[in-house]
Write a protein that binds this ligand. Structure first.
Ligand code: ADP
Ligand code: MG
Length: 645
């Protein structure tokens, strides 16, 4: 006997105690899901055994008929769920049931809101399956033995869900896992054959494994005392994706989705495809209605389960979908991959690559249809996953054009921050003579919307796309054109509106350049190496000045992003542009006092920087200067009182 035969009492990880508490209270209205969770674990355990047995047949211990058994005992007030799957060793029990080994635990706790409805959904996504037992049970006993280990290596785990559990080594003839729930005093409803069967049908009908319960004996059967109750399969027990589309109800798709995605909510859409020919495979994929809390983890690729001829192979399969579709959930079942396929083979497999590119196209097609036919649904989709889809423009060159059409943006035509404008919408309403798609990037929607760079566009009624997601900086550098129309940042380069330009305005600006020549020189001297150049612009109507990037340079906001990410950015100096119509600029022309001239210039520069969402090098100096100027303004004539907008 092993030295570990003793009974050990161990404490749950603190998070689990917290989680149990939260779960018991917030999932109470949905308590029957404990059965779904236990069945799901039994089904996973059978999948694992089948997979491991591919290379070691002995693991079946002569019993290849994998099943889940469910029973109840009215007198003992228990419900039992048993499987003959892979089982667990003592170490595995301690590791899997007692700690949350999954990465992202911290994020999960951070994302809890205290709002029951929302937290309930989060719990669903987090997949805390096993612990849901404690919603209905005040004591849970789990007995398990890992397939292939000696009977003496059985393990008994027990807990009242109060922060502690015990483990002891025990003798178990049968491999697999048995969970006995000792029901709480008012949970008698689960001690019913009818009730348990209904729950199984409702939540677990699609499980491929037979779920069996003892046949209910008729009065006649009962008379024949010797007759032991037979097992009866309760669920349909065929893989859902193998069945024809026409035979599957929406409810069945939804329940299957909840099972594969660990989600409480119905999905937004599903795609079910059988591909025949040289490479035969079936995909059943879902678009969730809500982003998971770990959506930003690009390394998380557990959304899709790979099966080979109905045998589960793995669900860590970054090769099946590109990272920008990491929110997709579901199943891919191949008919011609080898059963013993390893992760390494998967890396360079032709068949996998065809499956991948075919699947990506199907998903894009589904999204295109949704955008066209169900705009409200698509808006929900975009709100939840839009920022991830944008990565596709950068990651997936072969589908760039299709992805570009799926993008939705905020626009200067629209006061609503919700991105609803597509590039096709934009191109469709471009002004006559307009050759470019204009966009502005800023750190927030309101900074973009109120950017001084938009003034001339507003005046001329030209639409500008407002970008304010972090990823937009990259988007701006990767999406150079759409349907032959170049994308142009309005904060970059000399403003050239082409045919939209008003000749008079241009001339006016040129004349102003002449009259303001000395002022421009003066500003340049004052700002020294803070700017590359100072020039007159006609892009401003209400603001006195703005900063623009050189045509070749990075956008100012991209530069900030890189710097904040700790990257070295080659120093590119901005160009300061001056509005010749503005009273401050005109006042500068008259200003004879050098100190005051310099103060005004720094003020203009700092303002321009601030209105871009930039950070001042010396904020205190800005504030001091401004206050001094306010004070001295008392001496100014009323004609020189200036408003800062
Ligand atoms: P999840 O199923 O999402 O991993 P659970 O809380 O349901 O989360 O289960 C935690 C872990 O406990 C499982 O990943 C598995 O390793 C182990 N486990 C639970 N039930 C069983 C079972 N019936 N057979 C084998 N292992 C199990
Ligand atoms: Mg589970």
């Amino acid at each position: 006997m092993s030295v570990e035969a003793h009974t050990e009492t161990l404490g749950f990880q603190t998070e689990i105690t917290q989680l149990l508490d939260l779960m018991i209270h917030s999932l109470y209205s949905n308590k029957e899901i404990f059965l779904r969770e236990l069945i799901s674990n039994g089904s996973d355990a059978a999948d694992k055994l089948r997979f491991e047995a591919l290379s070691d047949d002995a693991l079946y211990e002569g019993d290849t008929d994998l099943k889940i058994w469910i029973n109840f005992d009215k007198d003992a007030r228990t419900v039992t769920v048993r499987d003959n799957g892979i089982g667990m060793s003592r170490e595995e029990v301690i590791e899997n049931i007692g700690t949350i080994a999954k990465s992202g635990t911290q994020e999960f706790f951070k994302s809890l809101t205290g709002d029951n409805v929302k937290d309930t959904q989060l719990i669903g996504q987090f997949g805390v399956g096993f612990y849901s037992c404690f919603i209905v049970a005040d004591k849970v006993t789990l007995s398990t033995r890992r397939a292939g280990l000696e009977p003496s290596h059985g393990v008994k785990w027990e807990s009242k869900g109060d922060g502690e559990y015990t483990v002891e080594t025990t003798e178990l003839q049968q491999h697999g896992t048995e969970v006995i729930l000792h029901l709480r005093p008012d949970e008698d409803e689960f001690l019913s054959d009818y009730q348990l069967r209904s729950i199984i049908k409702k939540y677990s009908d699609h499980i491929t494994l037979p779920i069996v319960m003892p046949k209910v004996l008729t009065e006649e059967d009962k008379d024949k005392e010797e007759k032991a109750p037979e097992d009866e399969v309760v669920n349909t027990a065929t893989a859902l994706w193998v069945r024809g589309k026409g035979e599957i109800t929406d409810e069945e798709y939804t329940e299957f989705y909840k099972h594969v995605a660990h989600d409480f909510e119905a999905p937004l859409a599903h795609l079910h495809n059988k591909v025949e020919g040289t490479n035969e495979y079936t995909t059943l994929l879902f678009i969730p209605a809500r982003a998971p809390f770990d959506l930003w983890d690009r390394t998380n690729h557990r959304g899709i389960k790979l099966y080979v001829r109905r045998v589960f192979i793995m669900d860590d399969n970054e090769k099946l979908l590109p990272p920008y579709l990491r929110f997709i959930r579901g199943v891919v079942d191949s008919n011609d991959l080898p059963l013993n396929i390893s992760r390494e083979i998967l890396q360079h497999n032709r068949k996998i690559e065809t499956i991948r590119s075919g699947t990506v196209k199907k998903i894009l097609g589904t999204l295109e249809n949704m955008a066209k036919n169900e705009p409200d649904k698509y808006a929900t989709f975009w709100k939840e996953f839009g920022r991830v889809i944008k990565e596709g423009v950068i990651d997936d060159a072969s589908n760039k054009d299709r992805i570009a059409k799926l993008l939705r943006f905020s626009s200067s035509y629209d006061d609503n921050a919700t991105p609803a404008v597509s590039l096709e919408d934009y191109v469709g309403r471009m002004k006559e003579g307009q050759k470019k798609i204009y966009f502005v990037t800023a750190d927030s929607f309101s900074a973009a919307k109120n950017s001084p760079h938009l003034e001339i566009f507003r005046k001329k009624g030209i639409e500008v796309i407002l970008l304010s997601d972090q990823i937009d900086e990259w988007l701006g550098t990767h999406l150079n054109e759409f349907e032959g129309k170049p994308l142009q940042s309005v904060t970059k380069g000399d403003l050239d509106l082409g045919d939209l330009e008003d000749e008079d305005e241009k001339k006016e600006a040129e004349n102003a350049s002449d009259t303001l020549k000395s002022v421009l020189e003066g500003i340049k001297t004052t700002l020294g190496d803070k700017v590359k150049d100072v020039r007159i612009t006609h892009r401003l109507t209400t603001s006195p000045a703005c900063l623009v990037a050189d045509e070749q340079a990075m956008d100012a906001s991209l530069e900030r992003l890189l710097k904040s990410a700790g990257q070295m950015v080659p120093g590119t100096l901005p160009i300061m542009e001056i509005n010749p119509q503005h009273p401050i600029v005109n006042a500068l022309k008259e200003e004879a006092d050098e100190t005051r001239f310099n103060d005004w210039v720094f003020m203009l520069f700092d303002q321009a920087l601030l209105s871009e969402g930039g950070q001042l090098e010396d904020p205190a100096a800005f504030v001091n200067r401004m206050n001094e100027m306010f004070v001295s303004m008392g001496n100014l004539s009323s004609s020189r009182i200036i408003t800062f907008d």
